[in-house]
Design a protein around this ligand. Structure first.
Ligand code: AHR
Length: 648
């Protein structure tokens, strides 16, 4: 570990020094006329995986868990009372055949169902919630149902009624408007009249979803994504692409079409960590590939789907022959080709029609596809090769992304990079969940990369301290590291922090970018680093040096500069990981002398362990102020432990 990094890391809890302690002036030379490599508009993006209850119970706004009674335990999430059973004869939806069969057991016993939601159902006073179910009854007389939002103490927040009539499955709906705000309410359905009935696909959505879409997304979480201004949007994983077995891999075709008939899949995060088991973790696929493409469009990000390459999770299947033989890959290759057709094909094509029938006749204009997630060894390139051939032949305009495995360096990484070059993929996906020291020492990582080979997609990264918590320390290390991504924008074209979301009561993996409970959201300091980069990407790299070298940790400083050709603004990013203020003379070479107005955004905390929490979500947030930088030179003072973005 470098001495500077050690000093920085040892400084946890040390109070910062005062302005009087400011030490010698450092000179940054910024050559504004020497406009360098383009920074792709896709450079800073997001990576979504359904981990930590990121989809069901998170971004996907459905509030009912196991709405179709399809969990391995069909009562998962439900508490039935009275005469209730699970049936599957003459189902309403053939791919989700189970339903609840209820017979009135009298007023005293009562008959009905209660759903616990995802660690509760979050409701807000005076907001509307769309309740719906499918039902039929054998009974000649109509059956009255009472629909309530309640809590464990039997406080009732809302009551409505539905009347079920007829022997055929029909959809019924009613609006619920609770009188109180409650993070952990429950939904209760009670039979009020005698008879027998069947209930299926019981659903509750907030009326206010992101962009007011039906089958929509939680507004605050989707808005937080949009607010990052992401250029690229990787989906749906992560390990869930691979599945623990081939049978449990992510299959995009199961995630499109009517939401009621999308077959569910167990989440591998249900059982991956023995100390964190979540037997109620399944993927309803309500947030499927259509919703993903639509969200990408809504937030202005290019979609980047990742598909299974015929390998199930290699961590879980070491030494076992669980994988698809190379000569049996055609259905997997077809899945990739069909996905491109689903995204871009004309409405007259088979999959383009499915997209159009779902409400989006226009193309989603897909430009990227990744094949394989964290794969390694010869098993991977021998499978990737036929995918590359088939995609190139049919869709030569699509950029293909291959994997360099789960490690940021080492044997598997060294093996796969040349293989990716041999296969001529457009980009190589690199993953690094590494220590603060690694992040600081790796700000130079891409300075020496091959400029002729495939480009880099830093597809999963996050700074992992020993306690695996989000903190200002991790955010600052990421900000420092990212100066190296930006300076090397001729090599690195995309990068996405991972994972994106975590439910505070149901997480498996941390750190994560955004935390939430059933009502509120917490943007971590790491989120603000991503946001500052996303909003201040610029269009071209500008040379920024100190003593003729890129600034990659000398005197605990990291820096990069960019030009935004669209707005004709100069953007300078500086990270000070030291515990002393730094005086920096900014030599702004090549712009008119005199004062240039602009703004300065600063992310700072004096405590490296500072965190944003549900109780204190704004402990570490960027502070913006107006500035004037004078050309040809201005001296600025950079406070300790801070990430600064100048924009003039
Ligand atoms: O982001 C969490 C996991 O980390 C991803 O599923 C996997 O790709 C990586 O190992």
């Amino acid at each position: 570990m470098k001495k500077t990094a050690a000093l920085f890391l040892l400084s946890v809890g040390v109070n910062c020094m005062t302005a009087q302690d400011i030490v010698p002036v450092h000179e940054f030379d910024i050559d504004i006329p020497k406009v360098g490599s383009p920074i792709q508009s896709t450079m800073y993006g997001i990576f979504f995986e359904d981990i930590n209850f990121g989809a069901d119970g998170g971004l996907y706004a459905e509030l009912i868990k196991n709405r179709s009674f399809e969990f391995e335990n069909p009562w998962g999430g439900w508490e039935p009372f009275g005469d209730v059973s699970i049936a599957e004869k003459n189902p309403c939806f053939n791919k989700n055949p189970h339903y609840a069969h209820l017979t009135y057991a009298g007023q005293i016993t009562g008959t009905g169902l209660e759903n616990e939601g995802f660690k509760g159902i979050g409701i807000k006073a005076d907001e509307n919630y769309d309740f719906s179910l499918y039902a039929r009854t054998e009974t000649n007389n109509p059956i009255k149902l009472r629909i309530e939002l309640v809590n464990r103490d039997n406080d009732i927040y809302e009551t409505q009624h539905l009347e079920i009539k007829g022997k055929d499955w029909k959809k019924y709906s009613v609006i619920l408007s609770p009188k109180a705000t409650e993070a952990k309410s429950r939904l209760r359905i009670t039979m009020e009249t005698a008879g027998t009935l069947d209930l299926e696909h019981i659903s509750l959505f907030p009326e206010k979803t992101f962009n007011n879409r039906t089958n929509g997304l939680r507004r605050d979480l989707a808005q937080a994504l949009k607010d990052l201004k992401p250029g690229i949007f990787r989906f749906p994983g992560g390990c869930i692409v691979e599945g623990t077995t081939i049978a449990t891999r992510y299959q995009w075709k199961n995630t499109v079409g009517p939401v009621e008939n999308r077959p569910i899949n167990i989440s591998r995060w249900n059982y991956t960590f023995p100390h964190k088991k979540f037997p109620d973790y399944y993927q309803s696929y309500g947030l499927g590939f259509f919703e993903y493409f639509q969200l990408s469009e809504d937030i202005g990000a290019e979609p980047l789907p990742v598909l299974n390459c015929g390998l199930s999770c290699q961590f879980e299947n070491e030494g076992m022959d669980q994988h698809v033989p190379v000569d049996k890959l055609q259905p997997y290759i077809d899945d990739a080709l069909d996905l491109i057709e689903f995204a871009n094909g004309p409405v007259t094509s088979q999959w383009g029609k499915v997209r159009a029938d779902m409400g989006h006749p226009a193309s989603f204009n897909l430009k990227f596809i990744a094949i394989g997630n964290e794969q390694w060894g010869p098993l991977y390139p021998e499978r990737l090769e036929p995918f590359v051939k088939a995609i190139r032949a049919k869709y030569p305009e699509i950029k293909i992304i291959g994997s360099s495995g789960p490690d940021s360096e080492g044997k598997d990484f060294e093996y796969l990079w040349p293989e990716m070059k041999r296969l001529k993929v457009d980009l190589v996906d690199e993953h690094f969940y590494r220590s603060p020291e690694w992040f600081l020492n790796s700000a130079k990582r891409y300075d020496s990369y091959d400029r002729q080979g495939p480009k880099v997609f830093a597809g999963e990264y996050a700074c992992h301290p020993t306690n695996r918590e989000n903190s200002f320390l991790t955010a600052l290390c990421e900000a420092a590291f990212m100066t190296g991504l930006e300076r090397n924008a001729d090599v690195v074209e995309l990068c996405t922090y991972a994972p994106l979301f975590a439910h505070v009561d149901a997480w498996q993996w941390r750190p994560d970018l955004i935390w939430f409970d059933n009502l509120n959201i917490v943007k971590t300091p790491n989120y603000y680093v991503q946001q500052l980069y996303g909003h201040n990407a610029g269009t071209n790299v500008l040379p920024l040096t100190m003593n003729k070298e890129p600034v990659t940790g000398q005197s605990e400083l990291f820096a990069t500069a960019a030009l935004d050709k669209g707005t004709n603004e100069l953007i300078i990013k500086i990270v000070n990981t030291g515990i002393q203020s730094k005086k920096i003379q900014l030599n702004l070479n090549g712009i008119s002398s005199g004062k240039h107005k602009g703004k300065l955004m600063v992310l700072h905390a004096s405590d490296l362990e500072a965190k944003n929490t549900l109780g204190k979500p704004e402990t570490v947030i960027p502070i913006e102020s107006a500035v004037e930088l004078e050309a040809p030179a201005t001296e600025v003072s950079v406070q300790p432990l801070s990430f600064l973005v100048y924009r003039i």
